[in-house]
Design a protein. Structure first.
Length: 164
């Protein structure tokens, strides 16, 4: 064999032998959600607050070389609308956006960042914000603003929805 052919062949074989195994491409799923129900985090004990959410979820699933799911990351982007069933004419709405990763062992959200609630009201400004970073959602809030624990924010939110 000629050296001009053998030398490149040796280099190609070296790369083939040390080339890492590559996983298949990620799978991206996108879906829309429109749901209405009681506000589970309701900070207004005497009010029956409901939440209507319209949002889009974009999740990316990652796999290893054997086709096993190794990671799920996603983005949620939508609109929250809150109302009191006793005063349905008053609706507080706001845009939210959240990035997340799913714990494959438990199926729970982890590594959540973003703004799950951002509600403003005319004449009041921001009345409900939940923003920052969580190591586990919703209980592992480690940084950011949480209006649900701020008496002033809770008072404004509840007063507006009560119609006071």
């Amino acid at each position: 064999m000629k050296p001009a052919f053998v030398l490149p062949l040796v280099f190609v074989m070296m790369f083939v032998m040390v080339a890492p195994a590559f996983a298949g491409p990620p799978v991206v799923n996108t879906y829309n959600v429109d749901v209405t129900g009681p506000f589970e985090d309701n900070p207004c004990p005497s009010e029956n607050i409901w939440k209507h959410e319209v949002y889009t979820v974009r999740e990316t699933l990652y796999f290893d070389q054997q086709g096993n799911l190794t990671r799920i990351k996603g983005l949620v982007d939508g609109i929250d609308s809150f109302y009191n069933t006793d005063n349905p004419g008053v609706v507080l709405s706001g845009h939210f956006v959240v990035n997340f990763e799913v714990d494959l062992q438990t199926g729970e959200f982890q590594s959540v960042t973003g703004v799950p609630y951002h509600i403003t009201a005319p004449g009041y400004g921001t009345v409900l914000v939940l923003a920052g970073k969580w190591v586990a959602y919703p209980d592992g809030h480690i940084a950011g603003k949480d209006s649900l624990v701020d008496p002033k924010d809770v008072g404004q939110f509840c007063s507006i929805l009560a119609g006071n």
